[in-house]
Every structure is written in structure tokens, then in C-alpha cells.
Design a protein around this ligand. Structure first.
Ligand code: NAD
Length: 367
């Protein structure tokens, strides 16, 4: 369906957000002009930029636009200007609202180590070169949301902090299905992580993931691994993994650890997916892993690759444009092959270029 119109909502946000999203916009325009695609993209305010104009981090109008879009691409929210606002009014609340209201229960974080950038990793080149793993983290359940929670006074002037780790069968199946479906498009291998040696919720997680695999995904190779061992194996031999599946807490840590194997924040995209609605549409939000980087804002030196790869994920997972996603990924590779680098990934012998030049260089390789 090459000419099907696809609605994309761009939310540049704060700090370097507008600078990196601008490069995404250029790529969308290029596709419309050169590949007869019909991306209808709109840009709206979110985060601090929305607070400055509307006094709230996201307006209802923008929120409803995000519901109507085929994919939402966000830059970043937040910055020192809004640091002193009370918690409920901070720019980051917009992001939490989107995640919650779009019911984005699955967070996908690829950790890819481009061969051209192996030196940016703190690990030995042979350990990380060519690394390509996908972490699937449950995002709306587990200990970050479980009840009861709180801090209570107890006897002897002491206090007790309480959080509850809870998952149901359907919550586990819902996220495991995302991991298995992704593995089918990759190398058919899922490693599921929990702490079934010390947690009942971990025992349930292991049993239910296995039950779903036995019932619906017989061809996938499934391994179970204790989360602490997975953290160790990620440093020892990360290339043993294809898709890693984890709950909210362990996934939070494992995805940050895996991200750092690749060396630079400016290269890491992410996707958050929700459930299918009644029209069969899956709600989704795509964003770079990095924040608004106030220290480099306005200097045209931010690396736009993480946001551009977030666009590639949107094309792949929400818009069914696999060929176009592959084209973007290989254009990024070619630019790196040419030795072009933004400041954050520069190394001796390579050429430093600006944010806008990086966007232009990637577009030149799409051709
Ligand atoms: P950050 O990711 O913004 O920056 C960390 C470091 O990485 C900085 O030195 C920055 O210059 C560098 N960096 C980040 N992205 C880069 C890029 N694309 N190219 C080159 N260098 C890059 O994290 P922080 O400094 O802890 O947070 C700054 C603000 O961003 C805070 O207000 C925080 O709340 C917000 N934040 C937002 C999100 C989001 O919107 N999803 C995520 C994280 C942080």
C-alpha cells in the first residue's frame, strides 16, 4: 500500500528535542517526495515548551491528536528551566500521561553496536562488535505500580517502606507475546529473566512464559535466566542473546546496561507499544533513549541518529514499512562507514559534523 496516508505526530519537546526531530521531519519529507509515500505529519508542543505556552505539559488537544495518529515520535521533555515546578506540573508528566493513557505496556529497546563505533564501548571490540539484541521490558505493571505501597511509621520510631511486586497471568502473556512475535522476525530466540529462585512472582513469570511458548510459539527457542545472571552475561558474552524479556524492574536495569554496551546515548532509539484497539491499531510512542541534553542545546551538535532510528522503528513496527525502515538503517551505517561523526562519537581520523549535516548525510545515503 505505497500511497496509503499515514498520520505521524511529531512532539519535539525541549532542549535538543526540536533539533533532532527536525532531522526526522526532513527524512519524512524526503520519503514523501522521492518514494511516493504520503506521510501526514503534524508538530505539537509537549513538556516545558507546552508549559511555557499553555501552562500545562500536554493539552487535551495534543493528547487526542496522539490517540488519532498512526505513530507518535517524541524528542525529549524537561530541562533546568522547569526543575523547580512541583512534581505534578513538571514537563516529564506529559510523557507519563502518554504512556499511561495510551496503555503502552511494552518497551522495546534495541542494543546495537555498530561495527564502526566499537571503540565507543567500554567492552572489548570482539565482545560487542556486531551486537544486535532487543530488550522487551514490561512497562505498566510490577513493583513500580503494585499496591500496597508507601512509607509507614512503625514502632520504636522506625519507618517501613513498602512496594509490591505483582503480575497476573494475562499481564505476563501480553508482554511475552510481544517478545515471541519479535523473535519470529529476528533469530527465533527469547531469554526470559526473573528471580524465580527467591520470588513467587518470578516463579509465576517463568511458568506462564513457558506455558505461552508451549501453546502458541512452539518454534521459538526459549531460555529462562535469573536476572542477576543475565546482567552478568550481558557483560561477559552479550552476543548469546537475541530477544531478552523482563518485567518492569529487571527490564529497567537490564535495558540500561545493554544500552551502555553500545557506547553512546545519542545512538539509542526506543519504542513503547500498547494494546490493539478495536480497529486493530496498536498505539505507539517512539523516542530516543536520551533526554533533552541542556548542556548542548542550541549548538547544532546533538546526535540525531537515536531519533532517526526511532523513526525507523516506527516504520517497522507501526506503519508496516519494512523496506523503508531498512533503508534508513543502512543509510545510517553508510554515513558511519564514511567516517562522519557528531561530536559525541568522534574519534581520531573521523570527521566531525553538525546535527543538520548528519541529517543531510543520512538523506544523501537514502538515495
Ligand atoms: P540527557 O540524556 O539529556 O544527557 C546526558 C548526557 O548525554 C549529556 O551530557 C548530553 O549532552 C548527552 N547527550 C544526550 N543526548 C545526546 C545526543 N543526542 N547527542 C549528543 N549528546 C547527547 O540526560 P540528563 O542530563 O540526565 O537529563 C536532562 C533532562 O532531560 C532532564 O530534565 C531530564 O529529566 C530529561 N530527560 C528526559 C527524557 C525523556 O524525555 N524521555 C529522558 C531522560 C531525561
Amino acid at each position: 500500500m505505497p500511497n496509503k496516508s499515514r498520520k505521524i505526530l511529531l512532539l519535539p519537546g525541549d532542549g535538543i528535542g526540536p533539533e533532532v526531530v527536525r532531522e526526522v521531519k526532513k527524512i519524512l519529507e524526503w520519503f514523501n517526495k522521492n518514494k511516493s509515500l504520503d506521510f501526514k505529519f503534524e508538530e505539537e508542543l509537549i513538556g516545558g515548551a507546552s508549559i511555557d505556552k499553555n501552562k500545562i505539559p500536554i493539552t487535551d488537544e495534543v493528547f487526542y491528536k496522539s490517540l488519532e495518529s498512526d505513530a507518535v515520535i517524541l524528542g525529549a521533555c524537561g530541562g533546568p528551566k522547569w526543575d523547580n515546578l512541583e512534581f505534578s506540573k513538571k514537563p516529564e508528566r506529559a510523557l507519563l500521561k502518554l504512556r499511561k493513557e495510551l496503555k503502552l505496556f511494552a518497551n522495546l529497546r534495541p542494543a546495537i553496536c555498530f561495527k564502526q563505533l566499537v571503540d565507543s564501548s567500554t567492552l572489548k571490540p570482539e565482545v560487542v562488535s556486531g551486537l544486535d539484541i532487543m530488550i522487551v521490558r514490561e512497562l505498566t505493571g510490577g513493583i513500580y505500580f503494585g499496591e500496597p505501597r508507601g512509607i509507614q511509621p512503625i514502632k520504636n520510631n522506625e519507618r517501613k517502606g513498602i512496594n509490591t511486586h505483582t503480575y497476573t497471568t494475562s499481564e505476563i502473556h501480553r508482554i511475552a507475546r510481544v517478545a515471541f512475535d519479535l523473535a519470529k522476525k529476528r533469530n527465533n530466540k527469547v531469554t526470559s529473566c526473573e528471580k524465580s529462585n527467591v520470588m513467587e512472582a518470578g516463579v509465576l513469570w517463568r511458568e506462564e512464559v513457558q506455558a505461552l511458548k508451549d501453546k502458541e510459539f512452539k518454534k521459538i527457542e526459549l531460555n529462562h535466566m535469573l536476572a542477576d545472571n543475565c546482567a552478568m552475561q550481558l557483560l561477559r558474552n552479550p552476543k548469546q542473546f537475541d530477544v531478552i524479556l523482563a518485567d518492569n524492574l529487571f527490564g529497567d536495569m537490564l535495558s540500561d546496561e545493554a544500552a551502555m554496551l553500545t557506547g553512546s546515548l545519542g545512538l539509542l532509539p526506543s519504542a513503547s507499544l500498547g494494546e490493539k484497539d478495536k480497529d486493530g491499531k496498536i498505539r505507539s510512542l517512539y523516542e530516543p533513549v536520551h533526554g533533552s541534553a541542556p548542556d548542548i542545546t542550541g549548538k547544532n551538535i546533538a546526535n540525531p541518529i537515536a531519533t532517526i532510528l526511532s523513526l525507523s522503528m516506527a516504520l517497522r513496527y507501526s506503519l508496516d514499512l519494512i523496506k523503508e525502515a531498512d533503508l534508513i538503517d543502512s543509510a545510517v551505517q553508510k554515513v558511519l562507514d564514511d567516517g562522519l561523526r557528531t561530536k559525541d562519537i568522534i574519534s581520531p581520523g573521523k570527521k566531525e559534523i553538525s546535527t543538520t549535516d548528519m541529517g543531510d548525510a543520512i538523506i544523501s545515503k537514502l538515495k
